[in-house]
Design a binder for this molecule. Structure first.
Ligand SMILES: [Zn+2]
Ligand SMILES: [Zn+2]
Length: 295
């Protein structure tokens, strides 16, 4: 087999292949040696070959005889991954699925997290469904919930896939799928909604307010607007002006607004929660007084 045909065959299979699969296509040991000497292919470990152009994460996973998995697979698919800055979660390590009976292969230097979910792993990346189930067990409820909503928002989850994810979760986490929505614009919205749900607060999401011809992130008790700023970078003064203008216009309609940014939701949650609860109490008593006047 010509070297070009050999590398084409590997490229067709995602850049990583078992030697035995190549032999099955008719490549001889000397064909493979020749391609290797020419630097056209690399040996990742005994019996596993790759193109030098193959994705580095896919290559490292293949060194474990596994697939890129969990948070790593979702990140590759463009799904938002919550980074709680918790070193024990190892959210930035390469997560690899080595199959149910996968042996622990190591390579140096290696900081990978291996997963042993049932099934037989190949090379490449796990399915979105499996990756989400892995995230739930590996990273916990918040990371899972934000990733699930992000994947759904990006059109990566059909109804059937959502059911499969739900079935794969521990029973205690299935409510997260039931709570999830496809319209969360940012992971920050997902986290805010989940955290408030846990203290018994249900929000209306992406509420259209006709008088301002605009949509607000959340509405609580029909009167308190909650806005999250998930954007990494404000678009400068004009953005701030737009926000202030909008707050003034909704205030004129009788709404109250609280705004939170990424750092507040992630690092100062008790402050956010206290602000929402206190404002809710004040507005609740005002609503009560108004109801009394109207009666
Ligand atoms: Zn993991
Ligand atoms: Zn590794």
């Amino acid at each position: 087999m010509y070297t070009a045909d050999l590398t084409d065959a590997i490229a067709l299979r995602g850049g990583v292949v078992r030697t035995s699969a190549l032999r099955g296509l008719g490549a001889t040991a000397s064909d493979i040696r020749r391609a290797h000497r020419a630097g056209e292919i690399m040996r990742l470990r005994e019996g596993v070959l790759a193109l030098p152009s193959a994705d580095p994460d896919v290559r490292d996973a293949a060194r474990h005889r596994g697939e890129v998995a969990c948070v790593s697979a979702l990140r590759r698919a463009g799904v938002w991954i919550f980074d709680p800055l918790n070193p024990t979660r190892a959210v930035h390590a390469l997560h690899v699925w080595v199959g149910g009976s996968g042996r622990r292969h190591r390579h140096g230097p290696c900081a990978c997290i291996t997963h042993n979910d049932a099934g037989t792993s190949g090379f490449g990346s796990t399915s979105i469904v499996l990756a989400l189930v892995q995230v739930a067990r590996c990273q916990g409820a918040e990371c899972f919930f934000a990733a699930f909503e992000s994947a759904w928002h990006r059109g990566l989850l059909t109804r059937r896939m959502r059911k499969e994810v739900r079935a794969g979760l521990p029973a205690s986490m299935r409510y997260l799928v039931d709570l999830a929505r496809p319209d969360a614009d940012s992971g920050l919205e997902s986290l805010l909604r989940l955290r408030l749900h846990r203290i018994g607060i249900t929000l209306q999401t992406q509420v259209w307010i006709a008088e301002i011809a605009g949509r607000v992130d959340f509405l609580l008790d029909g009167i308190l607007i909650l806005e999250t700023d998930g954007r990494e970078n404000h678009d400068g003064p004009s953005r701030r002006h737009q926000d202030l203008l909008r707050d003034a216009r909704t205030a004129a309609l009788g709404f109250d607004t609280l705004r939170f940014d990424y750092a507040m939701v992630i690092h100062d949650w008790p402050v956010v929660e206290a602000a929402i609860l206190a404002r809710r109490r004040v507005l609740g008593s005002r609503l009560g007084r108004m109801a009394g006047v109207l009666r």
